[in-house]
Design a protein around this ligand. Sequence first.
Ligand code: DGL
Length: 267
Amino acid sequence: MSDSAIGIFDSGLGGLTAVKELVKVLPNENIVYFGDTARVPYGNRSKKTIVKYAEQDASFLLSKGVKMIIAACGTVSSVATGLCDTLPVPFTGVVAPTANAAVRATKNGKIGVIGTSATVNSQSYKKAILSANKNIKVYQQDCPLFVSLVENSFISEEDPIVQLVVERYLEKLKSQNIDTLILGCTHFPIIAGAIHNYLGDNVTLIDSGKETALYAAEILRQKNLLNNDKAPGDCIYYVSDTVDDFKRTAQIFLGKNDIEDVYHITL
Ligand code: DGL
């Protein structure tokens, strides 16, 4: 089973930020990615709908014979919390690894959390942080427009529109003197430059994709499921909307433009 692929899913393209990190950490692993591009965004939907979509996404990956599933989506990880109990393979979402990294990083005990409305309303990050250290102060802000900015390629830190939206959403967190900020949504690392410029060098940004990739690698190591083949792994992408749209926008997330092996599926 160790040469089976790792399955990663997201509501759309954002989970590719986690794929990029996973390839850095485990370059010889095969990856099957599913982006539910026909039904994105999940972040403003009801719990019932998010749970149903998450189960369908995970079932699709299981049908591809994956050895582990990563929900790279902050919204799914926050809301579909029972998913892990239903799966026959190891699973991780993004919340626990990311919250733990933030707890390790903070020096003044003030952590900010940004995500979709569903993520922030679920209080998932706040609960995970407080269960690790109940003395930490957690400040949350939902930033739904960040997803639209990234999906529409408004990502430059020089862009006044990006700067304005960043300032509008993060003004309060800045005044609360946080020293650590969780980027609790797959899309947000793409505009980390603008967020960093606004908050300054004293605020450490925690990337959920990166922390989750490191955590997933650790799970596979512990369970003896790492691929022993030393050749670079393959990445196959499946999407529920058009392949061409995916290829175009995926360049932003993966930072490369030769994305092959993309297939359309209907769930
Ligand atoms: N993937 C989602 C997340 O990380 C963002 C996009 C959406 O709302 O579906 O929360």
